[in-house]
Design a protein. Structure first.
Length: 449
């Protein structure tokens, strides 16, 4: 059956392909950053034509990528394009030569949504694009960090402390009021670039309760011996194209933007990124690894030694075995194993799932004792994210090096408390529930005698 590329889908081009360069040279890639793309591609600048039917997946962060990544990694990121033209078959968009090379392409969907969180606030687009981005105050971020349990203030003074990063939703707007982000943006004279700088590294007092709970629980499980710096990146971004055409309007869930923020791009070995957001796919709440941009960046981060965790999705009332869907996704991406650690939730007894489940789910956790109502896969992901920070800190102390993502994933899967969770009256499913003592022992076993 011939592959179809829907409007909004991603296509990851092979490293050796010249097709995406051809698309740029012929004006079929829509961009506001022609000179930046030309510099990355080492080509003459080419303006997009009116019939442009592709855009770079990370277009709105073009300058960020150019400023934060090496030339090799810039080209790597440029391989992921987003279809903005009409839905079409692969053969209609690519030549016979590319058709013969079809297996080397990756086609995937997008998990981006349409949940506007900012007030509709139209101002002159021309002035927005020309305003110089002012500096954003960060005092609020530091003050909030001091309120997170198990994260000593002294850790803020350590320049190269481990980082734990959460992709968070901003505080929502209240009826008849201006939310904090819009208020700050207005104080900064409506600069689009300053708005992006702000949501690229959100102060912790500007994220919603779910994000705050996630970081508190992660902090509690990181251990007092860990020196860790908490940061948040917004899940929700406006679109520069829409701002230019309509003025400031609002923001949507945009995983591709969150994962190309400077905070994420500069994560290093030993750092931890966790995403407790899920999205509806085929009628169920599903891990965001389904999004090809999420898969692409997660694979790149793991190659750098960064630990990435995802919520398994589902809930205590609606959860199902997601192995078939995840196996289909792995085949679609042409990999044996998907990157990242997928975390599910169980109840306090460990006998009932509170999320989706399956062999593809790495491990599970019960609701945190300090906040038992923060349950299901969101609470579980925060628990395991904190434990990942603690494990990395312990490994660095004992082994003089961090665990690789594959090592930590194996420890969480095989060295947790193994339980049989009932999924029906006659069916039980094996699950791994890591705790710190078992994780510590597994790390010790990796140390040469």
């Amino acid at each position: 059956m011939e592959a179809t590329i829907n409007q909004g889908d991603y296509v990851l081009f092979p490293p050796t392909s010249e097709k995406w360069k051809e698309l740029y040279k012929t004006g079929r890639i829509f961009t506001y950053h022609s000179q930046t793309l030309a510099r990355i591609l080492n080509l003459p600048s080419s303006e997009p034509k009116s019939e442009a039917d592709w855009t770079w997946a990370f277009e709105d962060h073009a300058e960020v990528i150019a400023a934060n990544l090496s030339e090799v990694n810039q080209l790597h990121f440029l391989r992921l394009l987003n279809r903005i033209g009409e839905t079409a078959s692969f053969s209609a968009l690519f030549s016979d030569l590319e058709m013969r090379d079809f297996k080397r392409y990756r086609l995937g969907g997008s998990g981006n949504g349409n949940q506007d969180w900012l007030l509709k606030w139209h101002i002159d687009p021309l002035n927005q694009m020309q305003t110089q981005p002012p500096q954003i105050a960060i005092e609020g971020r530091k003050e909030f960090i001091r309120d997170i349990p198990a994260l000593p203030p002294s850790s803020l003074k350590i320049r190269y402390a481990q980082q734990i990063v959460h992709l968070s939703r901003p505080i929502p707007s209240m009826p008849g009021s201006i939310d904090p982000i819009m208020e700050i943006w207005m104080k900064q004279k409506g600069s689009m670039e300053s708005l992006f700088e702000f949501i690229d590294d959100l102060p912790l007092n500007c994220i919603n309760k779910h994000g705050q709970d996630s970081l508190r629980v992660a902090g509690e499980n990181a251990g007092t011996e860990s020196n860790v710096f908490c940061r948040c990146v917004s899940l929700e971004y406006p679109a520069k194209r829409r701002i230019k055409e309509e003025g400031f309007y609002g923001a949507n869930i945009r995983f591709n933007m969150a994962l190309s923020s400077p905070v994420v791009l500069n994560l290093k070995k030993g750092d931890v990124l966790f995403i407790s957001e899920s999205f509806t796919y085929q009628g169920i709440k599903f891990p965001v690894i389904y999004d090809l941009a999420v898969y692409f960046v997660t694979k790149w981060l793991e190659d750098k030694g960064v630990i990435v965790l995802f919520s398994a999705g589902g809930s205590k009332t609606v959860g199902q075995n997601i192995d078939t869907l995840l196996n289909d996704l792995a085949r679609q991406y042409q990999v044996a194993n998907l990157p990242g650690i997928i975390v599910g939730g169980v109840d306090s007894t460990g006998r009932q799932f509170q999320s989706n489940y399956g062999n593809a789910v790495t491990c599970y956790a019960s609701p945190p004792a300090s906040q038992p109502d923060f349950d299901e896969s969101s609470g579980a992901t925060a628990v395991i994210a904190g434990m990942a920070v603690r494990a990395q800190n312990y490994a660095r102390t004992r082994r003089k090096q961090f665990l690789t993502p594959a090592e930590l994933k194996a420890i969480f899967r095989f060295n947790g408390r193994q339980v049989a969770v009932e999924t029906s009256k006659t069916t039980f499913f094996a699950a791994s529930l890591p705790n710190w003592e078992l994780v510590r022992q597994a790390i010790d076993q990796l140390i040469p005698v």
